[in-house]
Design a protein around this ligand. Structure first.
Ligand SMILES: Nc1ncnc2c1ncn2[C@@H]1O[C@H](COP(=O)(O)OP(=O)(O)OP(=O)(O)O)[C@@H](O)[C@H]1O
Ligand SMILES: [Mg+2]
Length: 401
């Protein structure tokens, strides 16, 4: 048992998700911005484009494009998004403030989006004193255009992302205290270009300072667009792999980073790297997990189920109005929280990957019960109380096998 406060510091993608439900993908308003061929910067149902590409495609500023698609710019909902911010908020909600300090490092612009995000995050236990306004670009956001009538009423969404102020966030902006944390987390850095392109150096600095490192990935639209047929770089891999203690990816990201075709091949690829541990999630399907014994006890590549109880509750209770947004981010937050708890309470030779997975699974699954990635608590410990029963039950089942 360590007496001192456990410090978790993270950087990476933080943004606002704006939801617009008035978009109709078969309307003339949408059609004028619709993609004619792959990669041309136009909109296409189910896909994401960057505002810059769309502006080039349409030859007008985004501020004019959005009202032309949906009539005006009033949004139906706004949520905190981004794999770093959402994961850290969740970790902070699971860990008692008395013993753990969770901080996010990043930048906003100087706009309404910044105010919206900061006001929402202030309702959570996450420390954002290092989330600073910078320059005149807009705060990172994703506009989610939703057409519930599309595809015979199944509905579909189209995403427009603006990296905005995050273009200007550099490694030098991370102060020394970032590297003094016990656990340093990089989440969705592909959407914070200068951090992503310097990931190896940042990981090395963290390891030189004896920090544990956690990396959770996001779809790398920038590299996918640059080289559609190449693997996405994750730092200077394989050099960077040695510096990562826990690597968390969803299936699509694992395939793209490893350059493989199936989740089995991807998992085997990561087993062959000098990686301490990794987990690949795949929605409601099995998770792949592995640990070489350096941080967590050794675990040969295993497939583990997601929470059957959560799956059943989702199936049986049609009144649950949640969505799967942020499942992966909350999964990562659960892993980070478990690692922090183990660091505080266990001796270093007994860190348990299954304990971490149980918190990931319960947290990722619980995110299906509410809209968006972040759950705003009415009182401290509320979310922990809701997640624990799923976590306990899952760990018992997994341990009994
Ligand atoms: N339908 C579901 N039922 C139960 N658990 C789920 C379901 N969907 C997701 N989860 C939980 O969340 C975890 C992460 O989900 P997923 O692999 O979809 O992440 P993701 O693709 O990164 O999601 P996002 O990027 O939207 O946050 C899963 O491993 C699982 O534990
Ligand atoms: Mg994800």
């Amino acid at each position: 048992m360590r007496n001192e406060t456990i410090k978790i510091a993270g950087t990476g993608c933080a943004l606002a998700d704006y939801l617009y439900t008035r978009a109709r993908f078969t309307s003339a308003q949408f059609e004028q911005f619709a993609s004619k061929q792959a990669g041309d910067g136009g909109l296409s149902p189910g896909k994401l484009v960057f505002t810059e590409e769309l502006e080039k495609f349409a030859n007008k500023p985004y501020s004019q494009i959005l009202p032309e698609i949906i009539g005006d710019t009033t949004f139906d909902n706004v949520n905190i998004g981004g794999p770093s911010l959402v994961a850290l908020i969740h970790a902070a909600q699971l860990l008692p403030k008395s013993d753990y300090e969770v901080s996010f490092y990043g930048c906003t612009g100087n706009d309404e989006t910044a105010k919206l995000i900061v006001d929402l995050v202030k309702k959570t236990p996450l420390d954002i004193s290092n989330y600073i306004p910078l320059g005149n670009k807009r705060t990172a956001f994703t506009d989610v255009l939703s057409d519930p009538t599309y595809d015979d009423g199944n509905g579909e969404r189209t995403f427009i992302n603006n990296i905005g102020a995050s273009w200007d966030y550099t490694p030098e902006m991370l102060p020394e205290k970032f590297f003094k944390a016990d656990i340093v987390c990089f989440g969705g850095t592909a959407l914070v270009p200068q951090i992503h392109d310097n990931l190896t150096a940042l990981l090395r600095k963290a390891k030189e300072n004896n920090c544990l490192t956690v990396v959770n990935t996001v779809f790398d639209f920038r590299n996918e667009k640059k080289n559609p047929n190449k693997c996405w770089p994750l730092g200077d891999c394989p050099e960077s792999y040695k510096l990562i203690d826990v690597l968390l990816m969803d299936c699509e990201e694992a395939l793209k980073i490893s350059g493989t075709e199936t989740i089995d091949e991807a998992a085997n690829y990561f087993c062959r790297q000098d990686l301490s541990s990794f987990i690949i999630t795949n929605g409601s399907k099995n998770i792949y997990a592995y640990s070489n014994g350096k941080l967590f006890n050794a675990v040969e590549l295993v497939q583990l189920p997601v929470s059957e109880t959560i799956k059943n509750e989702l199936k049986e209770n049609v009144s649950i109005k949640g969505d799967t947004t942020g499942c992966g981010d909350n999964f990562a937050g659960g892993i980070i929280a478990s690692l922090a708890w183990q660091l505080k309470n266990l001796s270093s030779d007994s860190y348990d990957l299954f304990n971490a997975v149980s918190w990931g699974v319960a947290s990722g699954g619980f995110a299906c019960f509410y809209v968006g990635g972040t759950f705003i608590e009415q009182n401290e410990g509320e979310k922990l109380g809701k997640v624990i029963p799923y976590q306990k039950e899952y760990l018992e089942i997994v341990k009994s096998k």
